[in-house]
Design a protein around this ligand. Structure first.
Ligand code: GLU
Length: 297
């Protein structure tokens, strides 16, 4: 049976930035889309700082993101959720997946896998029917064993999505050899813990969604509804990102930034709103919000 998103209850959405740098127009646009969708649906909008990877973090980015959201009137419900406090939850999920023989310990390096066309070494516990526990004398990653299946969901922006997961080749890491929890595990555990029903995020994460749906199924939890908004590019066609030196949002021009973000979301706010207030611009946005203009065709 194909895996699919089936959740439908009181709306709880979220914005989940990684504190790898300040927000730029692309990330502000994603925040705005998830905010407007939550508010249009009388839902809650939560803020989660995805500080799972200390090596990629930029000092001060956390506060910077918070200040930018506040300056743009994007006020979240409940307290800010951070991933650093969630290790017990992640360990619990890993334990459960290992117990049910869905996850296993793996020492194959990237080089091993590349040399084997994605297949694991014959000595890897991937191939043994025994409980996949290795003596912890050498570091190992924890991977989810993927069975050949089709993932399917009806994306509110990109429409019906069907992806095929391939046995063994697509086994994905949920805890790295260095001891860090992987994004795929953390995002699913946190969305479950926060009771998230709707995920509005950038289309750069479209390819990750089949792995998330697979985890939801293995953890016995209904998946949320997804909407992947278009990637915002600079004039050279490159995705706006810190790597491509996208300029940080200037909080002094909040209204102009929101106005620009709405235009990127194919909304057409009247020019007069540029000189009103952030609140009236957001109120107009809530009233006129729809995924329709973003849908192809
Ligand atoms: N933390 C991720 C990012 O900043 C977003 C994760 C998500 O929305 O699922 O790209």
């Amino acid at each position: 049976m194909p895996l699919s998103s089936t959740y439908s209850t009181n709306y709880r959405g979220r914005f989940a930035p990684s504190p790898t740098g300040p927000l730029h127009l692309g990330s502000l646009t994603t925040a705005l889309a998830s905010y407007l969708d939550a508010k249009k649906n009388q839902g809650q909008w939560l803020l989660r700082i995805e500080d799972i990877d200390p090596l990629r973090e930029m000092p001060g980015a956390n506060e910077d993101i918070i200040n930018t959201l506040e300056a743009h009137g994007l006020h979240w419900d409940e307290s800010v959720y951070t991933q650093l406090d969630q290790s017990a939850r992640y360990e619990q999920a890993i334990h459960r997946l290992i117990e049910s023989k869905v996850a296993y310990h793996c020492r194959c390096s990237r080089k091993d896998l590349a040399e084997n066309n994605g297949y694991h070494l014959s000595t890897c516990p991937r191939h043994t029917p025994l409980p996949p526990i290795l003596p912890d004398t050498e570091p190992f990653a924890v991977r989810v064993a993927v069975t050949e299946c089709q993932t399917k969901w009806n994306d509110l922006v990109t429409g019906e999505q069907t992806h095929r997961l391939r046995q063994e080749i697509d086994d994905f890491v949920i805890k790295r050899k260095e001891g860090f929890y992987a994004y795929h595990l953390a995002v699913v555990c946190d969305d479950i813990a926060q009771g998230i029903t709707h995920i509005v995020r950038g289309a750069d994460l479209l390819e990750s969604t089949p792995f998330h749906l697979y985890l939801y199924q293995q953890l016995g939890h209904p998946a949320p509804i997804y909407a992947h908004t278009p990637i915002i590019c600079n004039e050279n066609g490159q995705k706006l990102s810190k790597q491509n030196l996208a300029p940080a949002i200037d909080n002094q021009t909040a209204q102009h930034n929101l106005y620009a973000a709405m235009q990127l979301l194919k909304m057409q706010p009247p020019k007069s709103l540029l000189t009103s207030s952030v609140q009236s611009l957001l109120a107009w946005g809530m009233h006129h919000w729809s995924f329709k203009p973003l849908q192809a065709g």
